[in-house]
Design a protein around this ligand. Structure first.
Ligand code: PMP
Length: 366
């Protein structure tokens, strides 16, 4: 098989060991004679897979006992509707939701939430072309928001939070912090207790598309609006151990293999150290001279998704063709912003980043 390095933003590279294990268990999982895809989600085999995945994720992220882990569907975008539908009921209607707008994904969340609540954009990086996280001192939070929504890693713009917002509303009231961590969950150590809700589509740092992960503080399970669809009601999903309807069983199985793999590698703290090193290597090559350019303020640069532009954009096609010829795949930037983007999730080895750096230097004639 040809050696390639896959820089896709998602669905994205998965650990080779995980894919090999899945391949070896494809036809007969642990002597059951069945593929995981063929198992009832209510049978003992799949229940054991699910419980192990849940326990390993809880351990990896040190999830406190008063938080539920939900395995859902509908993707990150689904949660743009489901978060307001499940939380806006905390307040008299119409509730207000605070947002910090840091890029394309938080912008989509704002637009969707406006269908269910009043939205207050407490701060926005739009005027600066989404190159920073506006400092918390500049945020204009409302007095009594149902919650504050942030996207802690903007996959398209390459902007990542390097702090956890403090969310005391006026008069010290508790305002739950909701974070879309789709593109950097498990890449760095987080303190789950600082958040009310964390959600993430799986197809970047967790596993295959089709699974959406939620971590929800228990007291936030009972705040849904009456119009919230029953099958997406967090309380109902939690009470049914994510088996209210048929969950994405195969995606949960692969996610479980990824969790076990991360544990073997030393957990999230070990991944964070590797990710810091990978990002340092890549940004250093981009910053070496003005042949390439990353526009994001250095302190807000994402470790996972690194957009960059060639000084001479007429060379874009040539750059991509040369990359592909070297097995460096899926480097084309998102269509909304153009340029290039290298996504270097947990499963991207440092050798892949080094191969990209070598190519960047060669192409720039260094
Ligand atoms: N939020 C973020 C930060 C994302 O990167 C993405 C997907 N790229 C989404 C939400 C949307 O996820 P999905 O396609 O799973 O709906």
């Amino acid at each position: 098989m040809t050696q390639v390095f896959n820089f896709s933003a998602g669905p994205a590279v998965l650990p080779k060991e995980v894919l090999q294990q899945a391949a070896s268990e494809m036809l007969d999982w642990h002597g059951s004679g069945m593929s995981v895809m063929e198992m009832s989600h209510r049978g003992p085999e799949f229940i054991s897979i699910y419980q192990q995945a849940e326990a390993d994720l809880r351990e990896l992220l040190n999830v406190p006992a008063n938080y539920k882990i939900l395995f859902m569907q509908g993707g990150g975008l689904g949660q743009n509707s489901l978060v307001p539908l499940n939380l806006a009921g905390r307040k008299a209607q119409p509730a207000t939701i605070d947002f910090v707008q840091t890029g394309s994904w938080s912008s989509k969340s704002i637009k969707e939430a406006a269908r269910y609540a009043k939205v207050n954009v407490a701060a926005s990086g739009e005027a600066g072309g989404f190159t920073t996280v506006p400092p918390q001192e500049s945020w204009r939070l409302s007095d009594d928001a149902a919650y504050l929504h942030v996207c802690t890693n903007e996959t398209i713009d390459g902007v990542e939070f390097n702090f956890v917002p403090t969310v005391q509303g006026a008069h010290g009231r508790d305002v739950p912090l909701v974070a879309d961590m789709s593109s950097h969950i498990l890449s760095r150590v987080i303190d789950v207790s600082k958040y009310g809700v964390i959600f993430a589509g799986a197809q970047k740092n967790i596993g295959p598309a089709g699974l959406t992960l939620l971590i929800v503080r228990e007291d936030l399970l009972d705040c849904a609006l009456p119009i919230c669809p029953g099958v997406f009601n967090w309380r109902a999903v939690a009470d049914a151990d994510s088996m209210l309807n048929t969950p994405p069983t195969y995606a949960i199985y692969i996610a479980g293999l990824v969790f076990a793999h991360l544990k073997r590698l030393g957990g999230v703290a070990a991944m964070e150290q590797r990710n810091i090193e990978k990002a340092r290597l890549l940004y250093a090559a981009l910053d070496a001279d003005d042949f390439y350019r990353n526009r994001v303020a250095p302190e807000c640069r994402s470790r996972m998704n690194i957009p960059f532009y060639l000084r001479d954009e007429s060379l874009n096609d040539q750059f991509l063709a040369g990359a592909k010829a070297r097995g460096l795949l899926q480097l084309k930037g998102h269509k909304s912003v153009g340029g290039m983007r290298a996504s270097i999730y947990n499963a991207m080895p440092i050798e892949g980043v080094q191969a990209l750096v070598d190519y960047l230097n060669e192409f720039a004639g260094r």
